[in-house]
Design a protein around this ligand. Structure first.
Ligand SMILES: C[S@@+](CC[C@H](N)C(=O)[O-])C[C@H]1O[C@@H](n2cnc3c(N)ncnc32)[C@H](O)[C@@H]1O
Length: 244
C-alpha cells in the first residue's frame, strides 16, 4: 500500500532541493510526449494535468500547445512553484473531482503511484468529452530494477501491454512507445542520492542503517560496468483517444 502523504512530502522536499537538476528522464519524457501530442492535436479547450509537481510537463504544454483553460493537480500544494495561468486542484488525483468536459487529461511520470489504474482510466474516460485525449508517461517493470534486486523496494509497475489492454475498452491507442536505458553514476551511493533527489521510489538513505547501506553498496557491485554504475529507466508513453 502506497502512503500518499509520504509520497507528497518526499516530492515537495525534492522540488525545493535538486529535482530540477536531477529529473533528466522526466524532462525527456515530457518533451517527447508533447512532441507526439502536437502531431495529433495542438489546440485544446479544457485541459487537466495530473501530478504537475514543479511544472516540467506544464511548461512544455503551455509553450507548445494552445490551451484555453488549464487545470493543474498535485497531491501537494505546489501553487507557489508554478507560474502559469491555471486553476489548481490540490489533492489525490485518484479521489478528487475532475472538472467536466475536458478534451485533454495529461501527466508525466505520475500514474505509477496510483493504487488502481483501471479505476483511474474509468474516471478519465468519464471526464473527457467524446474524442477527448489522454496522454501520459509512466514507467514499466524494468524501471530501477537494480533497486528492487538490492533493496527490495519499488513500485508495482504495469507493462505497456497491461496499460493498453486496460485502456482498450474505451480508448483507441494513437501512440505507444517504450524505452529502456541505463543512467550511469560514479558509485552506488550516488545512485541512492539521485533517487532521493528525484523523490522517487520511496527510498530514503536516512532510513538505511549503516550495515544495510554497506550491504547495499556491496550488492550493487554487480551493476558496475567499465562505464560506471548503472540504474535502469523504463519509460512508457501513451496517447489515446476516447471512443465511447
Ligand atoms: C515524478 S513527479 C513528476 C512531476 C511532474 N509531472 C514532472 O513532469 O516533473 C510525480 C508527481 O506526481 C505527484 N503525485 C503522485 N501521486 C499522486 C496522486 N495520487 N495524486 C496527485 N499527484 C500525485 C507527486 O506529488 C509528484 O509531484
Amino acid at each position: 500500500m502506497i502512503c500518499k502523504k509520504r509520497v507528497g512530502e518526499l516530492f515537495l522536499k525534492s522540488f525545493k532541493d535538486q529535482y530540477a537538476n536531477e529529473a533528466k528522464v522526466q524532462k525527456q519524457t515530457a518533451k517527447r510526449l508533447v512532441e507526439g501530442l502536437s502531431k495529433i492535436q495542438s489546440q485544446f479547450e479544457r485541459v487537466l494535468e495530473l501530478g504537475c509537481g514543479s511544472g516540467i510537463l506544464t511548461n512544455e504544454i503551455v509553450s507548445k500547445l494552445e490551451i484555453e483553460k488549464l487545470f493543474l493537480n498535485d497531491l501537494s500544494d505546489i501553487c507557489e512553484l508554478i507560474d502559469v495561468d491555471a486553476e489548481f486542484i490540490i489533492g489525490d488525483a485518484e479521489t478528487v473531482n475532475y472538472p467536466d468536459k475536458l478534451d485533454l487529461i495529461t501527466s508525466n511520470a505520475v500514474i505509477q503511484w496510483f493504487e488502481s489504474l483501471s479505476q483511474h482510466f474509468t474516471k478519465v474516460a468519464e471526464s473527457l468529452i467524446e474524442g477527448g485525449i489522454v496522454a501520459f508517461t509512466t514507467f514499466g517493470p524494468k524501471n530501477m530494477i537494480e533497486l528492487r534486486k538490492t533493496l527490495n523496494v519499488g513500485l508495482d509497475y504495469h507493462s505497456k501491454e497491461e496499460i493498453t489492454e486496460l485502456l482498450s475498452e474505451r480508448f483507441e491507442i494513437l501512440l505507444e512507445e517504450e524505452f529502456e536505458y541505463k543512467s550511469l553514476f560514479t558509485s552506488a551511493k550516488d545512485v541512492l542520492k539521485h533517487v532521493q533527489k528525484t523523490g522517487v521510489n520511496g527510498v530514503s538513505e536516512s532510513r538505511l542503517t549503516k550495515s544495510k547501506l554497506k550491504q547495499f553498496i556491496a550488492d550493487y557491485q554487480k551493476f558496475t560496468t567499465d562505464n560506471g554504475v548503472e540504474l535502469t529507466y523504463n519509460p512508457i508513453l501513451i496517447i489515446a483517444k476516447k471512443t465511447t
